[in-house]
Design a protein around this ligand. Sequence first.
Ligand code: G4P
Length: 528
Amino acid sequence: MSFLKEIQRRRTFGIISHPDAGKTTLTEKLLLFGGAIQEAGAVKSNKIKKGATSDFMEIERQRGISVATSVLAFIYKNKKINILDTPGHKDFAEDTFRTLTAVDSVIVVIDVAKGVEEQTEKLVEVCRMRNIPMIVFINKLDREGKDAFDLLDEVEQKLGLTVTPLSFPIGMGYDFKGIYNIWEKKLNLYSGDNKQNISKGIEFDDVNNPELDKQVGKNAATKLREELELVYEVYPDFDRETYLKGNLQPVFFGSALNNFGVKELLDCFIEIAPSPQPKMSDTRLVEPTENTMTGFVFKIHANMDPKHRDRLAFVKIVSGTFKRNVNYLHVRHNKTLKFSSPNAFFAEKKEIVDESFPGDIVGLHDTGNFKIGDTLTEGELLNFKGIPSFSPEHFRYVNNADPLKAKQLTKGLDQLMDEGVAQLFTLEMNGRKIIGTVGALQYEVIQYRLEHEYGAKCTYENLNVHKACWVEPEDFKNAEFADFKRVKQRYLATDKQGQLVFLADSAFTIQMTQDKYPTVKLHYTSEF
Ligand code: G4P
């Protein structure tokens, strides 16, 4: 197959949802279609069970599963589908944000009864900021839920999307009769039997055909006709270009658990979803069709075996062909590296591959060379953009609890931060170290891993910080900036990249600071 065809047949995407909406179930059904797994229940949920926040075994179990499910790849209708796993648990939200820099599109799963939930809002916002094409899947139609139109309104309002339904439910819960597939003009009847064969759907060009009454009953048929009329009237027609630009989001309805409406989603997805997209670097836009290889690290996973300190760096190929045993430039270190056993992912297995193409993810064994955001090229000095850090929610001082193990502590912290477990800030005034995390759970993870993988012990001390604000570098001769630095020196720190950060203790302080120093620019993410 030609290089161009290899690119065109790839679809690399993520499924995002609030925990429990059905992401794992949907993933599993998609894999079943690809023939990648044989039975339901094969994909383990990577979520942390409720109430298990202090259970280290649970954390380790989750880490183990998340290695296995980091990339799930399969072939469907000659398309190579790469699903990148995005943890739904909010304590791992930053992992998900980073993974979203490596996807070309996403599917958003929403629970029909719960509607738009908190995590969905946050994740969709990130996708919207990046104009990532999104398809919405409204799940659990076999249960009573919200009215379809109310739900579409909610999606538009809470998520700021412009939707167009490409399928529409006929009834719901106890009365759920199936869906009308607007995209393919077909009727899919729901039998309520989750072992049912996947129906191909009945061709149904014209819903005014009296045959519809026979299929779903007179009342349901009349209601569907009225509803579809409203759909055609109210929502814009589907337009692929607008979808690809992130300005229109098609919506499907179904029940992942019952494997209903999933094939329709997948069939539409492979047709409309984008193949690997160009990516911006600090010097230029890199097109996937370019012959020279470029790629970037979006995730690092520590080995589960503490005796082996090696890690797996997940690289998304942006352009060219990644080859085994070929020298590539690690741009940040200005060092060439070659990889004798790059892993590709297929369903839940990984295997060594000779070649990978744009859109693919390769897993590279790493002994500490990589950190998240690193770029690999064939020699060109460019760095891919778009792996920002967001302000953590929690902040604590980290203290060394074993003076003889200071080196181990520094090394452990350094490596865990490279993996993106948390963020480290160093106070300008006294050099004290502060760990910032998205969820409180990470502090336990860090403490546990420092001890078990690096032989270091730490304790934490509370610190009152509301938000970390990155400070835009300024001319140091600027008197206002100099005054800001002098007055706020107790609250200034540097992040791991050496960028200046203002650790503000309240929203009020941020407001006051902005009012007093209008030329000092504060940002909530490290990339501006
Ligand atoms: P997540 O990855 O988004 O967190 O959700 P997951 O797929 O684990 O699904 C959460 C729960 O919702 C699971 O039930 C799952 O079986 C159920 N579910 C998913 N899709 C549907 C659907 O279409 N209809 C109905 N009725 N339920 C659905 P659970 O009881 O929490 O777990 P399990 O014991 O069934 O695994």
